[in-house]
Structure formats: structure tokens, C-alpha cells
Write a protein that binds this ligand. Structure first.
Ligand SMILES: [Zn+2]
Length: 88
């Protein structure tokens, strides 16, 4: 069978068909939700500009660092309490 005329990587579902199984599914999803909604999801989820990616990476790092700081502080407090509980 021929290759899919939409994605150019899949194989068309039938001998006379032009699209593969996944592209047919996409076509049904577009028919169900509308091309504007599907396109907006693709653009916001998959096509993210570099600035947004940098912001997201910075945010992730900030979260990770604050969690580590919290854990370290917690560990220090536990150690302090353990030291204080030792009778002199
Ligand atoms: Zn396809």
C-alpha cells in the first residue's frame, strides 16, 4: 500500500485510501472538536516558543531548589531537636 498523503510516514489504511489509520483518527477528532480547538491545543502544547520553555525551566529549577532547601532545613531542625533531647 502507498504511504499516507497527510503525515507521509504511515501506510494508507486501504488500497484506495490516501491516509493512514492515525491520520483518519486525527480527521475524526478535528471533525468532532473543530479545527480551531485542535490547532490551538497543538500550538500551545507542542509548539512552545523558546522564551516560554526558558521560563518553564527556571520555574522548575526554582521549585526543585526550594524543596531541597526545605528538606535540608527540616533535617537540621530534627538534628537540633535530637541534640536538645540528650540529657546533660
Ligand atoms: Zn498519516
Amino acid at each position: 500500500m502507498a504511504s499516507c498523503k497527510f503525515c507521509l510516514t504511515g501506510t494508507s489504511e486501504t488500497w484506495f485510501g490516501s491516509w493512514c489509520k492515525d491520520c483518519h483518527k486525527l480527521q475524526r477528532i478535528i471533525a468532532l472538536f473543530g479545527v480551531d480547538k485542535v490547532m490551538s491545543i497543538v500550538e500551545t502544547v507542542l509548539i512552545v516558543d523558546e522564551e516560554s520553555q526558558d521560563d518553564k525551566i527556571k520555574q522548575e529549577l526554582k521549585t526543585e531548589l526550594s524543596q531541597r532547601e526545605y528538606k535540608l532545613r527540616e533535617r537540621k531542625q530534627k538534628k537540633q531537636k535530637a541534640l536538645e533531647s540528650i540529657p546533660e
